[in-house]
Design a protein around this ligand. Structure first.
Ligand code: GLV
Ligand code: MG
Length: 325
């Protein structure tokens, strides 16, 4: 471990992140009442080009007029390759009140995309004497974005989280799929035949590389890695599987593209009783071991050592963060 520690982004609970179309005032009102940890009011892909101006106004009104409770409030603006982006930033930063916590930038390709947004925000915050510095959520959803992810992750002190935009990523990569996240029946491995000629089909996770890359970049820059959308909102089991595998790999939360996915995200990214009990037992056993001058011991027939303390502490730290809710 290096002498200088990784500087951590401001701590936020980010288990569920609800996407809300900025053009629909009824959805905006419902989002304010939801149990989502973070809501992002969308000015990008959920809003048709002809509706961008109206959506921008609705989003600003919603931020200023609705009671967002304990939620983190974010707005997904349009990408830097559109002519909507500057207007999104200027109108939002000039007119939305201090309840605005984060701006989400989609399709981040290069670190300069983040620099441009940072520059605009800094100028407007100074000009308008805004008290709260807005933070950034960055969506990694292009081949180029994934290539440049380290520079992107380190491009601004405002960066808080990296998100996996699975649908745009698939499009950018020209992957053979039209679904939003989830497994693909053609992404499988067929085992060799056994003595009776039987073969097994094992489904693979076609998103594994991208998610791991995002987690590595996020963690090495002190940011939160967040898994993106799962489009089939009538398949809670599918959502669970996707969320769990992201959580196992280190993600702190997942998008909800439908209100029914919020409770799932909150549940699946909160450590379970079983996990917490196990983590506490590891810490207790290691405390005893250390008093006896031992660095490693057996617990339930398995080796635990000083790294086990660090693993257990990560879990307990998450529990403590959630207790503060
Ligand atoms: C999200 O923006 C996605 O493209 O999946
Ligand atoms: Mg996208």
């Amino acid at each position: 471990m290096a002498f200088l520690p990784v500087e951590q982004a401001p701590a936020r609970i980010n288990r569920s992140e609800l996407a809300v179309p900025g053009s629909n005032s009824r959805f905006l009102e419902k989002a304010a009442q939801s149990d989502a940890d973070v809501v992002f009011l969308d000015l990008e892909d959920a809003v048709a080009p002809d509706d961008k101006d109206r959506a921008r106004k609705l989003v600003i009104e919603a931020i200023n007029d609705l009671d967002w409770g304990r939620k983190t409030v974010s707005v997904r603006i349009n990408a830097t390759d559109t002519h909507y982006m500057y207007r999104d930033v200027v109108d939002l930063m000039e007119n939305a009140g201090e309840r605005l916590d984060l701006i989400m930038l989609p399709k981040v390709d290069v670190a300069e995309d983040v620099y441009a947004l940072d520059m605009l925000c800094t100028q407007i915050e100074t000009a308008k004497n805004r008290k709260k510095r807005v933070g950034f959520e960055l969506i990694i959803e292009t081949a180029r974005g994934l290539m440049n992810i380290d520079a992107i992750a380190g491009a601004s002190k405002r960066n808080e989280s990296l998100h996996f935009g699975v649908a745009d990523f698939a499009a950018s990569m020209k992957m053979r799929t039209t679904q939003i996240g989830g497994p693909h029946p053609d992404y499988v491995v067929l085992s060799n035949a056994d003595d009776n000629g039987n073969r097994d089909t094992y489904w693979g996770d076609m998103w594994h590389y991208a998610i791991v890359r995002i987690v590595v970049a996020a963690r090495s820059h002190g940011l939160r890695p967040i898994d993106g959308p799962f489009g089939d909102f009538s398949d809670p089991d599918g959502y669970r599987a996707q969320a769990n595998r992201a959580g196992v790999l280190g993600c702190e939360g997942k998008w909800a593209i439908h209100p029914s996915q919020v409770a799932l995200g909150n549940e699946l990214f909160s450590p379970s009783e079983v996990e917490v009990t196990k983590a506490k037992r590891i810490l207790e056993a290691m405390e005893v071991a250390q008093k006896e001058g031992r660095g490693a011991v057996a617990l339930d027939g398995k080796l635990i050592d000083l790294a086990s303390i660090r693993q257990a502490e990560v879990l307990i730290a998450t529990v403590e963060k959630l207790k503060a809710l």
